[in-house]
Ligand binder design. Structure first.
Ligand SMILES: Nc1ncnc2c1ncn2[C@@H]1O[C@H](COP(=O)(O)OP(=O)(O)O)[C@@H](O)[C@H]1O
Ligand SMILES: [Mg+2]
Length: 185
């Protein structure tokens, strides 16, 4: 079933043009991911994991090589089209949670669904906050939550659009072992 490939990465190269010299973080990386498959990318700090995930999720553009996500070659898309595909297909759990500080936990979770004008955004967001054990914290702002609680709000937000592919950048690094296990299931 060749069409079950949801992500195809081909000879992906990323060079950061930093002064005084260029830094090639990814050098001709190729792999495929099929629907239903789970892949772990393991490597020391600074080895390019975040860079690779960002490129695969359409958040950044490579120096060379291609990323095909859900059958679409990202390299050929405009920035707006790439963002639209990202919102439709991708869930991304950031290493730094990237919550919006001026919105409550509940509002943060609702954002991706509201961008799609989903009228069930509020009730789905409430249910997802329950799922991550924060049903009673919806009115709190990010600054009023611990790192682990902010990470769980980020996870709830990730799932609101029922993503076809989920990227997680060290998603349980700020959680205790029990919570990590719950999240992974
Ligand atoms: N925007 C950038 N500009 C220049 N160098 C960067 C940039 N982002 C990351 N790097 C460098 O690229 C390397 C890989 O970083 P990263 O992908 O964050 O690795 P990891 O997630 O595995 O820790 C690091 O040496 C980092 O300093
Ligand atoms: Mg990283």
């Amino acid at each position: 079933m060749p069409d079950s490939v949801i992500l195809r990465v081909d000879r992906l190269t990323k060079t950061y043009k930093s002064v005084p010299r260029c830094l090639t973080v990814l050098n001709e990386v190729s792999f495929e991911a099929r629907e239903g498959e789970a892949i772990a990318i393991v490597g020391p700090s600074g080895s390019g994991k975040t860079t690779l995930l960002g490129l695969c999720a359409g958040l950044d553009t490579p120096t060379s090589g291609t990323v095909e996500l859900g059958g679409t070659n990202l390299v050929r898309l405009t920035e707006n089209a790439r963002a639209a595909l990202h919102n439709e297909l991708v869930g991304f759990v950031f290493q730094t949670f990237k919550l919006i500080p001026t919105l409550t936990a509940l509002e943060n979770v609702m954002v991706p669904a509201e961008l799609r004008r989903n009228r069930k955004a509020r009730s789905r967001a409430l249910a997802l906050l329950e799922d991550v054990g924060l049903g009673d914290r919806g009115h709190h702002y990010p600054a009023q939550l611990t790192g682990g609680e902010q990470q769980r709000v980020g996870l709830a937000r990730t799932f609101i659009n029922r993503p076809g592919i989920l990227f997680a950048d060290e998603p349980t690094g700020n959680l205790d072992a029990d919570t990590s296990e719950t999240i992974e299931h």
